[in-house]
Design a binder for this molecule. Structure first.
Ligand code: ATP
Ligand code: MG
Length: 553
């Protein structure tokens, strides 16, 4: 058991189990299938599934598909895929739409009890009747219809006798209630719209407030956890359950996840997709699970992140750097090491025979102490190093390559720069070096100590690949409070493509499942846009320290 103190929901669950209120718990994750899941949903998933796992309960996946206008089957499949990828299994796959008949019967029960009525007012009139937080509302002229008339009209609504918006069913609570949500809230509206599962069977659809709590009760959900904006809905949640005398599920609220430099709203993310600000829901810059997966983030790192940020009762803004920290932390443990040169400078080893090449070995993952693995790296007379790793006139304490200076090539030899070759315009075209044959990594008997270690590739063996580097999607920290249209804050430099970089040949075997550390460059994953002729890699995250300790050998 972990030693962290309990969050407030764990405290509630432990108390409920200790008091015998419940023998075991049931939670649910209730996405509306109107978009792909984002990091905020990941937090809710980790919370709901995590509680059930920790306390031996179960979690249902319930699609909250009561709004036929915005929902699609594509999203249902995407959501299931994302939850499985995060590493969770639901007890049952359920749909609020499967309860349409039951919910309708619940509504009839309330009408029969004189607790619901059919209202012919327009939505504008209903809004006017509502009053304000400081002023009580006024009763609708239809509020006192007889139970018989209400039953008949509600049945006719269901049968399709009326057009959209012509009538609604409202709960009869109290138009002067201090909580605006209790002022005769809507229960049903008419929508002559095809539903992704029930087709054209229904033309009346329950509102969120009437569907959600009743669905929880049908499933005997013990702890129904949602985000803070639903606090004012709780009174209504309890009212329906009480008046219907159904299973007493309870609603609890926690602070939604907000992250710096991004947005967490399906509606806004959909705009980015539709207006082509990004390449799709799975664009690696998106905070969607599809996006971060394509970017190379791992489920382990996302779960660790959700665990670290904890569960708050007040809105806050989490630094995206913390997520990146978790990604780095996990990838450092699992990533396969490769050498890739982004901006090549040719190095000619003048004392290495022209027709010779040799195969050196390098560890795939020195962090994996049980099974570091190893791969072959060809070495030859002509190499590429990073242009920024050479300086003709270096400052003091510059430990990379410079005229007369020595460096180690990672997993290979120590070289010394003897000559700089320039074109007619004074641009450096290549540098000529000599290598120290006795300095081979692993069997170095040269006695020479150097401070700089560079990554490199053999020019004749290197593979041309594309890399895509990502920056924050938005230019401002807190997009949700920035004035005006959130799209005005999109970072125009969030993607840079390097179409031709040089990778060591072992990269050829890359799969989308594998994560890589390109030495000194960051963590990468193969992108789905790759072809046989051109491999494409996304950078998940940069390295913490561009001089990471592991290149020091
Ligand atoms: P969005 O505004 O992005 O559409 P939503 O809340 O409408 O979000 P749902 O599909 O209704 O999305 O949410 C499913 C579950 O995920 C709900 O229980 C909701 O409270 C939770 N959830 C959604 N966004 C966040 C968030 N940013 N942080 C934590 N939980 C969230
Ligand atoms: Mg919603």
């Amino acid at each position: 058991m972990d030693e962290k103190s309990l969050n407030f929901l764990e405290e509630i669950v432990e108390a409920d189990l200790a008091s015998g209120k419940y023998k075991s718990i049931i939670t649910r994750f209730p996405p509306e299938p109107n978009g792909y899941l984002h990091m905020g949903h990941a937090k809710s998933i980790c919370l709901n599934f995590g509680l059930a796992l920790k306390y031996g309960g179960k979690t249902n996946l319930r699609f909250d598909d009561t709004n036929p206008v915005t929902e699609e089957t594509e999203y249902v499949e995407g959501i299931k895929n994302d939850i499985k990828w995060l590493g969770f299994n639901w007890a049952q796959e359920l749909y609020a739409s499967d309860y349409f008949e039951q919910l309708y019967q619940f509504a009839v029960t309330l009408v029969t009890k004189g607790l619901a009525y059919v209202d012919d007012s327009s939505s504008e009139e209903i809004a006017k009747q509502k009053g304000t937080p400081t002023q009580p509302g006024v009763n609708s002229p239809y509020r006192d219809r007889s139970i018989e008339e209400n039953l008949r009209l509600f049945a006719e609504m269901k049968e399709g006798k009326y057009k959209d918006g012509e009538k609604v069913l409202r709960a009869k609570v109290d138009m002067a209630h201090v909580n605006m949500h209790m002022r005769d809230p809507l229960m049903y509206r008419i929508k002559h719209t095809h539903h992704h599962r029930t087709g054209n069977n229904w033309c009346v659809y329950p509102m969120y407030d009437f569907a959600h709590g009743q669905s929880d009760a049908i499933e005997n959900v013990t702890h129904s956890i949602c985000t803070l904006e639903f606090v004012p809905h709780r009174a209504l949640y309890d009212w329906f359950i009480e008046k219907l005398s159904i299973y007493p599920s309870h609603q609890y609220e926690f602070a939604r996840l907000n992250m710096t430099y991004t947005i967490m709203s399906k509606r806004k993310l959909l705009q980015l997709v539709n207006e082509k600000h990004v390449a799709g829901w799975d664009d690696p810059r998106m905070p969607t699970l599809a996006g971060v997966r394509r970017r190379g983030y791992t489920p382990e790192s996302i779960r660790q992140f959700c665990d670290k940020i904890g569960i708050a009762k007040r809105e806050n803004l989490i630094d995206v750097g913390l997520l990146e920290f978790c990604v780095r932390d996990h990838l450092n443990k699992v990533a396969t090491r490769r050498m890739v040169v982004f901006d090549p400078l040719k190095v000619v080893i003048t004392n290495y025979p022209e027709d010779k090449s040799e195969i050196l070995a390098s560890e795939n993952n020195p962090e994996d102490h049980d099974n570091p693995g190893s791969r072959d790296i060809p070495f030859g007379r002509e190499l590429f190093i990073e242009r920024e790793d050479f300086m003709e006139e270096p400052p003091k304490k510059y430990f990379r390559l410079a005229p007369g200076q020595m460096v180690r090539l990672k997993s290979a030899y120590i070289i010394q720069c003897n000559e700089v070759i320039k074109d007619g315009n004074g641009n450096i075209v290549e540098v000529h070096c000599s290598y120290v044959p006795e300095s081979k990594s692993g069997s170095d008997v040269s006695g020479i100590k150097v401070k700089g270690v560079l990554h490199w590739v053999s020019a004749s063996h290197a593979l041309g690949v594309e890399v895509r580097l990502y920056d924050r999607l938005f230019k401002v920290e807190n997009v949700s409070i920035a004035e005006g249209d959130f799209k005005d804050y999109i970072n125009p430099e969030s993607l840079s493509v390097l179409p031709n970089v040089y990778a060591e040949p072992a990269i050829a075997g890359a799969t989308e499942m594998e994560r890589f550390q390109f030495l000194r460059k960051g963590y990468f994953v193969l992108d789905k846009d790759s072809t046989k002729d051109k491999l494409i890699f996304n950078r998940a995250v940069t390295l913490n320290d561009m001089w990471a300790k592991e290149v020091s050998k």
